[in-house]
Design a protein. Structure first.
Length: 231
């Protein structure tokens, strides 16, 4: 139906904006059913991410086309907008990160699992870390453990990425959603392949929360990703 896929996810919303103010910028593209901002449970302050639900998918597409990359307030980063509620089992994905070929966003709140690999595999006996600043790989420090917080930031656990995923895979998945400071794919050195999970460190809490909203439950090369804060 026309209403399917008519929900857009918006990041980098000015924190001073309420639902009404955000809606005012998006009402020109069609009839809005709901505007929802994610808020801090204790302070009720906006986290700078939210959703706009339209009655028609064509309206949501028009809003995404016109507003993605626009700045609402001087000094704020440009808006990052994606389709949010996609039925991952039917039809093609309306939104795909450019560097990937099969990343589909789920209905918010869904968290089932699936399976299927991605890749070319990077042959190495050392756990490699991809440095997003330089574009280079460098040997990881230490054994096969977790994501580490030596640079600060928010550490996310990313599961079901496939056995031939590499550090670059995680960088490409998460970089469009915020500032990534480190990625770490956990390797099985006996089989010389990824164990199917890794860790991503994002600089800001609201970006990490936005990445969970966007990627947790998303279909990635026929696997359903699981993304959560590292416990």
């Amino acid at each position: 139906s026309e209403s399917k896929g008519a929900n857009i996810y918006i990041a980098n919303i000015p924190r001073s904006f309420g639902e009404e103010e955000l809606g005012a910028h998006f009402r020109q593209f069609g009839e809005i059913i709901q505007v929802r901002l994610l808020r801090d449970k204790s302070t009720n302050e906006s986290k700078g991410v939210g959703f706009v639900y339209y009655t028609k998918r064509s309206e949501a597409a028009a809003a995404l086309e016109a507003m993605n990359g626009k700045t609402l307030l001087k000094g704020y980063p440009a808006l990052s907008i994606k389709f949010a509620d996609i039925n991952a089992r039917k039809g093609r994905a309306p939104y795909q990160i450019q560097v990937q070929t099969n990343l589909r966003y789920p209905t918010p709140g869904s968290n089932p699992y699936g399976g299927g690999p991605h890749g070319p595999m990077r042959s190495t006996n050392t756990r490699m870390r991809f440095n997003p600043m330089s574009g280079n790989y460098s040997p990881g420090v230490g054994g096969g453990g977790g994501g580490g917080g030596d640079m600060g930031g928010q550490i996310l656990f990313v599961y079901n990425i496939g056995y031939d995923a590499e550090e670059k895979t995680l960088w490409q998945l998460f970089a469009p959603l915020g500032t990534v400071t480190k990625v770490n794919v956990i390797m099985d050195h006996v089989r010389n392949q990824c164990k199917g999970y890794g860790f991503v460190t994002m600089k800001h809490l609201h970006e990490a929360e936005g990445a969970i909203l966007a990627l947790n439950g998303a279909m990635y090369n026929n696997r359903r990703l699981s993304v959560s804060f590292k416990s």
